[in-house]
Design a protein around this ligand. Structure first.
Ligand code: HEM
Length: 119
């Protein structure tokens, strides 16, 4: 049904767009444009679904410990993105939580890129 090459390229495109939309959501929330941020956040969630579908298919097409670990690390990354943007939108992100979540986001994103490109 799906070629591994097509999947990995569309997966690559989806995560690239995801990171841009996440950055845009944070910038819009910080500048108080809450309505527009909400619209972008909705599109971000569609991208999460596309990443789960293409990522899940990649795992199933080539099951090995690296792909499974990569998938788990990606869930951690997406959970951190959702937690940060959600708490910011509700103005419930304390300085302490912000530090904790952003550090986890940077660690998980670095680990995902490492697993995706170097392992
Ligand atoms: C924001 C979230 C995500 C990012 C930034 C991301 C990033 C990447 C990158 C950079 C690659 C390598 C692409 C290439 O070789 O051209 C990759 C491959 C892969 N991703 Fe993701 N991904 C994300 C979400 C997911 C999810 C949710 C899953 C699983 C459900 C997943 C499973 C995989 C798998 C299995 C591969 C192929 C790894 C291999 O066999 O070498 N990814 N991803």
């Amino acid at each position: 049904m799906w070629e591994y090459e097509t999947l990995i390229h569309s997966h690559g495109l989806f995560w690239f767009i995801t990171m841009i939309l996440f950055g845009l959501t944070i910038v819009l929330l910080k500048s108080g444009k809450l309505k527009l941020a909400k619209v972008i956040q909705m599109s971000l969630r569609i991208l999460y679904i596309l990443l789960f579908v293409t990522g899940g298919a990649l795992v199933l097409m080539n099951i090995w410990w690296g792909a499974l670990l990569k998938g788990l690390l990606s869930f951690w990354l997406i959970y951190m993105m959702e937690l940060i943007s959600n708490r910011m939108a509700k103005n419930l992100l304390s300085k302490k939580d912000a530090l904790l979540f952003w550090v986890q986001l940077i660690i998980s994103f670095s680990a995902v890129l490492y697993m995706g490109y170097l392992v």
